[in-house]
Design a protein around this ligand. Structure first.
Ligand code: DGP
Length: 113
């Protein structure tokens, strides 16, 4: 079955893309949960954080590097923000392609729902 995030990277499904590179893409969440809600994803299909290992260290660094860049660009870096990775059904993961949620622009609560 086609992966919706792979389709967005390929340009076959529209997305509000805010960052592109050979290894990482970022776009706005279709159902934003905060004034800033961006998804940062590896271009390579990785089903979930459960698949990450030591050989992915550079890619993980890149995902956070892009998240930092976008947090600054979105103007949320100083006030603070949240990075979320949902894993599996109980974690609330609904799309089977690894993604960081970058959420900001409002006060977050804890514990998460
Ligand atoms: P998660 O529940 O952690 O797997 O997050 C998946 C997110 O992806 C969810 O917040 C909604 C978003 N999403 C799902 N389909 C699309 C889509 O086609 N385009 C965009 N931009 N976001 C999507």
């Amino acid at each position: 079955m086609a992966c919706i995030f792979c389709e967005i990277i390929a340009g076959r499904v529209p997305g509000k893309i805010v960052y592109t590179s050979p290894d990482v893409t970022a776009f706005r969440d279709i159902n934003p949960q905060a004034p800033t809600h961006v998804l940062i994803i590896p271009n390579r299909h990785i089903a979930s954080a459960l698949e990450i290992g030591a050989s992915d260290a550079v890619l993980l660094g890149r995902l956070f590097e892009v998240a930092n860049e976008l947090a600054r660009k979105e103007g949320i870096a100083e006030e603070g923000y949240r990075i979320v990775i949902n894993v599996g059904p109980n974690g609330g993961q609904t799309v089977g392609h690894l993604h960081l949620h970058l959420l900001g622009g409002r006060r977050m609560t804890w514990p998460p729902g």
